[in-house]
Design a protein around this ligand. Sequence first.
Ligand SMILES: O=C(O)CCC(=O)C(=O)O
Ligand SMILES: [Fe+2]
Length: 489
Amino acid sequence: MLSSPSTASGHNLRLILKSDGCRMDRFISRKRPRLSPSATQQRLSPDEDSTDMKLAILLSLFPDIEQDALLDILTSSGGSVEDASAVITAQRAYKPVKKRAGGVSAIQTSMTSHITTEAGLPPKRQLARKGKTLHLFSPEDVAAHTPCTIIHNFLPPDEADALLLELLDESKHFSRYRFQLFDRTVESPHTSSLYVSTPEEIRQQTSEYTYGGIYRSNVRQLTPHLRAVSAKVQRAVNDEVQKRIQTCYPDGKKLKYQSPKEWVPNAAFVNCYDGPTESVGYHSDELTYLGPRAIIGSLSLGVEREFRVRRIVASDDDEGNNSEVSARGSTADSPSKRKATSKGIDVRADAQGQISIHLPHNSLLVMHAEMQEEWKHAIAPAQTVSPHPLSGNRRINITYRWYRDALHPRNIPRCRCGTHAILRCVQRKRENKGRYMWMCYAGHEPGKKGCTFFQWAEFDDDGEPLWEMKPTEDGAPTLRNFIEEDDKQ
Ligand SMILES: O=C(O)CCC(=O)C(=O)O
Ligand SMILES: [Fe+2]
């Protein structure tokens, strides 16, 4: 049955029904929400690529200007946010800049896709379109058009409420990440904490593991409800992964680099979005400890929010489009080099538009193996939210993750900064698309400069790292799966 979005948010909504052969696609197009400059200013995701971050800064500073127009100005300003913002301010003194389109536009479902995916999946009919947002509600549509599956009403209602209350209480201890973006220190636009099983694992997480090149300070011990629910998430995610392999992947076989082993979560990131403006910018999750073709189970509680996804578009050119390299270089390089590398600004970033998956209370979203390498995701800021009876304006999100033993920090290549390198996948540059690399990321830590360490990362077909030098086996513990053997039944 068609689910209809709340109109309480005041958004201008229009429902589009379009027949497509044997199936009916359902989605809604609506105006992009506007951000308040004060709420989002200087708060961005640490793993956003450089162009996205720059655009996000400009969008937060000039919420009334269309993204395309901002991108043009950014390009003509040589990729400099400061210069672009000076241009807009100066232009405004004389003439109005192109505003975001008002009203609602219908989106055709008949666009033919010429995309081949890195995973070798058959190209799907492309629904999204430049500058537009397609809204998906039904699990069938989500599975058919995104690299995700969604299960609504995942937990018994009382269990979902108990977990929500437990985590709302925990959220008093959450914090914002601080990281370096060019010459500024910025904060994440929501709060979070990482949960692991034992005090020893907390010690490791704060002194050996890094996140976006930074040691975490906010790590907490798994709570009773988080642990209990993880057993159900583990079962459901493994079932969904098997279904996905059988129904969507070529020859019904797992993808190259995807692990054939059971997915066993041993770390949980818990995020709190307090009010409509709290968000997370477009990013792919860091692969350092998850390895290639990572799978993530993401449980949403409290206020419903929009999870946006968009496919990463490949490019042939060198300039600015190898975002992995330019993002790294941008924090460590001189301003003049920075300008040069970001000049070929990524006008393709928005070329296919975005898809919005609505995440109601008590829904489990599985991000499948093709997600992190080929797509980006975000929690979009909203104009308003419909309050939840238990959490008010707050949304809690748990991403359950499987940190792989083989990718424990002691096994990972070290860069010249002394910390270990981070693992990324080449996402844009066609020539090397899909290759993995180890690189320094220390430049994202406030007050630190990174080094230029770079090494291609090699894995076998099952995603096990092939090290040039065998790591030393010191017998130190790795992270334990959240569920004990006897919970597994
Ligand atoms: O809040 C969400 O649903 C997504 C969070 C996320 O992308 C992340 O923690 O990496
Ligand atoms: Fe994420």
